[in-house]
Design a protein around this ligand. Structure first.
Ligand code: ADP
Ligand code: 3PG
Ligand code: MG
Length: 393
């Protein structure tokens, strides 16, 4: 089944659109550190404005418990206004029945942005009455929030029951780019996974062993897999509860034609990083040290795999990239991916934060706006926020 996009909405002039977006950007001292997620939603907003629709934007920011002014969308409203050169009305108490009337009186060329949608508990509970209340604000529901499409919340899933529902342009692009890579990947298909969220990522690895030719691991997740082989990891970050699961994944690998590749060498130091970083082979990690990055042999090996691959998906830094002494592994992977002619997809909160240079970003076929959403989509091939669009009236 095909989901409908905003291009399928017959007549938008004068109509009201409830547009859910993922404006969950990072704030540093109350200022927006990176506005990529806002910029990515602009094509949908611009299209709707061009068609003379009236837009009511909804997004969450962070994980508030009730109203928390530190997580207000005020800076976001300002930035959206600057980018689109229009007035943005930030509406608080959006759960109040009276605001619906207030919103309908706002001018057409002004944007309406609801205050952080998670300020009201009904959002995360996917409360039916709250979803219905949101739906009374508009004639259509459009979801452009790929980054939150894995959440079963009122402004993502519940509202679709009450309004004709459509995908925004970013949502459509994300789904297309990632599904294409998964359904008919050019081979060899290489998946590179790093980072620290082992429980969340291990099921993605297990699932993608069915599709990818090679899965290469780095970062803390690789430690857990090396520990599963019985190698001492010293005081490195290992998710011991996941070791058994890692063994199951190894067992699965032997039954497929795919390869699960682990680091050949690693960069170590002590817990406080006082000792000068040193490279050791994966099987010679002393008991009192911590692994902070992949070593040069591994970097070279992974770069060769990247060179040979025709489809590459990468999520998760190769080491503690926040410390400049341990960025080499992550930087090398990024540079190799940017130089590759393959179809390349990169996503993940920290993964994108680790990319400081725009020149590399520009060379990647698709940079996903989703972190956990991208991983969940890779694993399951769909997300709750996409399902409701597929089943929409
Ligand atoms: P993403 O957000 O891109 O999905 P994760 O959140 O899973 O990535 O992981 C990123 C975090 O993992 C970073 O804070 C990074 O410092 C940490 N990390 C990666 N490798 C190691 C390691 N060897 N030891 C400790 N932390 C690591
Ligand atoms: C993200 O940053 O991954 C999305 O905005 C979802 O945020 P959440 O994990 O708080 O639901
Ligand atoms: Mg992260």
């Amino acid at each position: 089944m095909r989901k409908k996009t905003i291009y399928d909405i017959p007549d938008l002039a004068g109509k009201k659109v409830f547009l859910t977006v993922d404006f969950n950007i990072s704030l540093h001292d109350g200022k927006i550190a990176n506005d990529t997620r806002i910029v990515e939603a602009l094509p949908t907003i611009k299209y709707l404005l061009k068609k003379k629709a009236k837009i009511i934007l909804a997004s969450h920011l962070g994980r508030p418990h009730g109203v928390d002014l530190a997580l207000s969308l005020k800076p976001v409203a300002r930035r959206v206004g600057e980018l689109l050169k229009c007035k943005v009305n930030l509406i608080d108490h959006f759960w109040d029945k009276k605001v619906v009337e207030k919103i309908s009186k706002l001018k057409n060329d002004e944007l309406t942005l609801l205050e952080n949608i998670r300020f009201f508990p009904g959002e995360e509970e996917n409360d039916r009455d709250f979803a219905k209340h949101l739906s009374t604000m508009a004639d259509f529901f459009v979801n452009d929030a790929f980054g939150t499409a894995h959440r079963v919340h009122a402004s993502i899933v519940g509202i679709a029951e009450f309004l004709p529902s459509f995908a925004g342009l970013l949502m459509d692009k994300e789904v297309k780019m990632i599904s294409d890579a998964m359904e008919k990947p050019k081979r060899p298909f290489l998946l590179i996974i790093g980072g620290a969220k082992t429980p969340e990522k291990i099921s993605v690895i297990e699932r993608l062993l069915d599709i990818a030719d090679t899965v290469a691991l780095g970062g803390a997740i690789a430690n857990t897999f090396l520990a599963a082989w019985g190698f001492g990891m010293g005081r490195s970050l290992v998710d011991y509860e996941m070791v058994e699961m890692a063994r199951v994944v190894f067992w699965k690998t032997t039954r497929k034609h795919s390869a699960l590749i682990l680091p050949l060498d690693v960069v170590i130091s002590d817990r406080d990083i006082k000792l000068r970083p040193k490279v050791v082979p994966y099987n010679k990690v002393p008991h009192n040290v911590v692994i902070y990055d992949i070593g040069p042999k591994t970097q070279k090996h992974y770069s060769e795999l990247i060179k040979e691959a025709k489809t590459i998906i990468w999520n998760g830094p190769m080491g503690l990239y926040e410390d400049p002494r341990f960025t080499k592994g992550t930087d090398t992977i990024l540079k190799s991916i940017a130089e590759s002619k393959a179809h390349t997809i990169v996503g993940g909160g920290d993964t994108l934060t680790s990319i400081k240079q725009q020149k590399y970003l520009a060379k990647i076929s698709h940079v996903s706006s989703g972190g956990s959403a991208m991983l969940s989509f890779l694993e399951k091939g769909t997300l709750p926020g996409i399902e409701v669009l597929l089943n929409a009236k």
